[in-house]
Ligand binder design. Structure first.
Ligand code: LMR
Length: 397
């Protein structure tokens, strides 16, 4: 049976994660996989999460099934967090949502629903985009293509090229996949003024927004990080939203995500919710409960929520501080463009003008781990190793 089955290469992010784990050099710097690390290099469980788990442990009375659409209190709380409590689409009942197995589960469920709704449409993704976007969406049967986004020379967004490419090549009913904030892998986000232009541009051309919001709260702040999402929802009649609690609640392995369809009527929202349930049933039957139960507990308890907000602020501020330090250390001859980009980009990632060869030399000669694409996760650095990191990057260049 298995004679013809060959081993498959691992996802490059997982490859770098394994390589770094196996390296015994104590000075190694891990800028690979997108997980937050504190100043000691640990990905700790948040205090708010620990406290919620303890309470939940005492109160939980059953492990029976929750259902194919998962925990609906969690969906409501997450939607209020992202869209605002008074969001018109929520009060009008125009959102159908399901809990998913992480942000990846949400993207997959979103793509499966697109296959039902618009099987002949193309999903347009930024160049570059998160590597896993492509298999998650194409395996659901959707065709994908790409629009220009990140300029590896200016290290900024080529916004005019993005608009003109979509204008020329995307057809009415096509889907545009957008990173709501903290673009992965580049950290280069659209400005509020660019979202203000993009939203009506998409509405006028009948382009359908599919927004991936995996890092909200970790860029510039909750309001800033949800600006684009809210603008698009205000402007476009229908939207798909995939969200994740992996990073902002540090719930990574608990696989806690959400898919939501913003529709034109409450009836359609109910139809979309039932689609999510039916599709999830055939893929994984139903999402795991634990992470969603913890998030709901935190968001509904004022004191836990305040602790969480403080922890989220601390993670974000630490990354902004590291960006500033690395930027200062790189602001020497030949490093000015990188210095400016590192400071202005958002969230965990920046993509530097480094080739796979540069990445290999950084790994071999300097024990610095980053993606072959030049993506770094700033949270993997710390105040004491930043000078060495800046020197190493400038040395291989
Ligand atoms: C990343 O981009 O490194 C993270 O989102 C982790 C992952 O699953 O790829």
């Amino acid at each position: 049976m298995f004679e013809s089955v060959a081993a498959r290469p691992n996802d490059p992010i997982m490859v770098v994660m394994e390589q770094c784990k196996a390296d015994t050099r104590p000075e190694k710097i891990d800028l690979g996989v997108g997980v937050y690390k504190d100043a000691s290099g640990n990905t700790a469980i948040l205090k708010s999460v620990k406290m919620a788990e303890q309470m939940w442990g005492r109160e939980e009375t059953t492990k029976t099934y929750v259902g194919t659409i998962g925990n609906q209190d969690y969906c409501q709380d997450m939607l209020e967090l992202m869209l605002g409590k008074d969001s018109a689409v929520l009060t009008e009942g125009r959102v159908g949502a399901a809990q998913t197995a992480g942000g990846s589960g949400a993207l997959r469920l979103g793509a499966e629903v697109l296959k039902v709704a618009a099987p002949d449409a193309t999903v347009w993704a930024s160049t570059p985009t998160w590597a896993n976007h492509i298999p998650l969406i194409t395996d659901a049967g959707m065709r994908m293509d790409s629009y220009p986004y990140y300029n590896r020379e200016t290290l900024g967004v080529d916004f005019e090229d993005m608009l003109s490419h979509l204008d020329t090549h995307a057809k009415r009913g096509d889907i545009v996949l957008l990173h709501g904030c903290c673009h992965n892998p580049t950290g280069a986000d659209l400005s509020p003024a660019q979202w203000d232009r993009l939203a009506p541009f998409m509405a006028e051309r009948g382009l359908f927004p599919f927004i991936d919001l995996a890092y909200f709260g970790l860029g510039r702040g909750m309001d800033e990080d949800t600006y684009g999402l809210r603008k698009v929802i205000e402007t476009c009649p229908e939207v798909l939203l995939a969200a994740s609690c992996s990073k902002n609640f540090a719930l990574y392995r608990e696989r806690t995500g959400l898919i939501a369809a913003i529709t034109q009527t409450a009836d359609k929202a109910a139809a979309l919710k039932s689609q999510f349930g039916a599709i999830q049933r055939k893929l994984i039957s139903m999402p795991p409960d634990h992470g969603a139960a913890i998030v709901t507990r935190i968001l509904r308890d004022e004191s836990l929520r305040n602790i969480w907000v403080g922890e989220l602020d601390e993670m974000r501020e630490r990354m902004l501080g590291l960006r500033q330090l690395l930027s200062d250390a790189m602001n020497v001859q030949g490093g000015e463009a990188m210095a400016a980009a590192i400071k202005n980009q958002n969230g965990m990632f920046s993509t530097l003008p480094l080739s796979p060869d540069h990445a290999a030399r950084l790994r071999e000669e300097h024990a610095v781990y980053l993606m072959p694409s030049g993506r770094i996760n700033i949270a993997g650095a710390n105040t004491s190793n930043i000078p060495r990191l800046a020197e190493a990057i400038l040395a291989v260049l």
